[in-house]
Design a protein around this ligand. Structure first.
Ligand code: GCO
Length: 481
């Protein structure tokens, strides 16, 4: 009879990001980030929602950690707001910002919860955007590494789990191809690939810096991995899948895991004249960092379908479903290579995200055979409309979603994948960057209006909170009963 329990040191976790939970956007010396500015541009976010107050975690941190403790959470993944540490991105450290995170870290540790820090979850200091164009300039690498090193120096005595970048593939695609994140550019492929090269260098140099300060620390970056299925058994669809994988997945994972870009992807980019420019020594630095990373961070939400896309076919568009009305997103693609139609065999969320628990197993298997690295599932979860009814939130759909993903994850572990942690997205409800407060992910409901900065902000554990608590208590042994 197979052992149903997860590994004894498995880190049952949950996650958040600074801009999505903290609020206190201009308090205690915090500077402005690109998100503080972007949400103020009319039409950019659902009903013009901002993270000015978010769910006020900055002021309710102790209460949130108490809820984590009561649940039995083993790890909490959170990000640091760069602008709390360096209001202008570089220069003098803002000690009040450091103090907040010191309190959070100590509170977690005193409650037996392992802190896992994301260095960068998208809230670039606006000052660096103004000074030299942020990620578009090579200057960003030095400022980023200086910021990251400061975190390692200040917090590294107590924090041993580090994620350098969150979803580099997402913030760059939204920022330079789809105009849906700052700096809001459309289809600028040349800059997109250069920005990514800068981000890879920032990741690599931070990894090297961390390891030279704390050799016992564990580090990686987190990637939004969407494994693909070929649309059909036609060779052209198999080729479309290969192109998709090289350009949309391995382009990032190979740099983290091997320290080099996939050759076919680079050849394609060179043929289009959009390949990134390297500085001398970059190749060696990327290779050195790849030798040092301890895990591949995976944010897993969905799989996709890859189908051949003719040269006059669809491109990247900025029409996405941000309303929660099913069937309103459009097919995206790269003309001449691939497009990504919906999977006809699988259900979707209200935001048209494919629900595919087995995809999580594929993701782990693929990473394990390709890189032979341990895996941290740094995000997985269901965005849904939740309802508060007589003081309770019944979310059986979320329990079902998480349970089915965990069953597949356990299969991957039994098949030899070394999975260190599983963090659900998210612990409390939080701001969805583009979807306001109507799309909820948390175990803990936060009472706040969807379209304005109002509401009691009271915390109410949902049914899924108690289910996860029990799952942790039983170390996953009863998931399939
Ligand atoms: C949303 C998204 C986010 C992301 C997360 C990525 O609805 O805004 O789902 O919450 O998942 O920030 O790391």
């Amino acid at each position: 009879k197979p052992n149903k329990e997860f590994p004894s040191d498995f880190l049952w976790g949950s996650a958040s990001a600074a801009y999505q939970v903290e609020g206190a956007w201009d308090e205690d010396g915090k500077g402005r980030s690109v998100w503080d500015e972007f949400v103020r541009i009319p039409g950019k976010t659902f009903k013009a929602t901002t993270g000015d107050k978010a769910v006020d975690h900055y002021h309710r941190m102790e209460e949130d950690v108490r809820l984590m403790k009561e649940m039995g959470l083993k790890t909490y993944r959170f990000s640091i707001a760069w602008t709390r540490i360096f209001p202008d991105g570089n220069g003098e450290v803002n000690e009040e910002g450091v103090a907040f995170y010191n309190r959070l870290i100590d509170e977690l540790i005193n409650n037996d919860i392992t802190p896992m820090i994301t260095v960068y979850h998208w809230d670039l200091p606006q000052a660096l955007e103004n000074e030299y164009g942020g990620w578009e300039s090579r200057h960003i690498v030095d400022d980023f590494v200086h910021y990251a090193k400061t975190l390692f120096e200040r917090f590294g005595d107590r924090v041993k789990h580090w994620i350098v970048l969150n979803e580099q593939n997402v913030f760059t695609a939204h920022g330079w191809l789809m105009a849906t994140h700052p700096p809001g550019k459309v289809n600028d492929r040349k800059t997109f690939y250069q920005v990514n090269h800068h981000a890879f260098m920032a990741h690599a140099k931070s990894v090297i810096a961390l390891k030279s300060l704390w050799s016992d620390a564990m580090v990686g970056s987190s990637f939004a991995f969407g494994p693909s299925y070929a649309k059909s058994d036609k060779p052209e669809d198999a080729m479309a899948k290969m192109d998709y994988d090289d350009l949309q997945s391995y382009y990032w994972m190979d740099v983290y895991g091997y320290g080099r870009y996939p050759r076919a992807a680079l050849a394609q980019l060179r043929s289009e004249g959009v390949a990134p420019v390297f500085e001398e020594g970059d190749e060696e630095i990327l290779k050195e960092a790849a030798q040092l990373v301890d895990f591949m961070g995976v944010n897993y939400y969905q799989t996709c379908v890859a189908e051949y896309n003719p040269i006059d076919g669809v491109g990247m568009t900025n029409t996405m479903n941000t309303t929660g009305k099913k069937g309103t997103s459009t097919v995206q693609g790269v003309p001449g290579l691939y497009k990504n139609p919906q999977n006809e065999h699988l259900p979707t969320t209200d935001w048209d995200w494919t629900i595919d628990p087995e995809g999580l197993r594929f993701a782990c298997r693929d990473i394990t055979s390709r890189y032979d690295l341990p895996i941290v599932i740094s995000e997985n979860g269901l965005g849904a409309f939740d309802k508060l009814e007589e003081g309770k939130v019944h979310d059986p759909y979320r329990i079902d979603y998480l349970k089915r993903h965990l069953i597949e994850l356990k299969k991957a572990i039994d098949e030899g994948c070394r999975v260190l942690a599983y963090c659900t997205w998210s612990f409390t409800d939080l701001l969805s960057w583009l979807n306001g407060y109507q799309k909820r992910y948390g175990f803990v409901y936060v009472d706040r209006e969807e379209d304005e900065n109002e509401g009691t902000l009271n915390r109410i554990p949902k049914d899924s909170y108690y289910w996860y608590k029990y799952t942790i208590e039983t170390n996953g042994a009863e998931l399939d009963v």
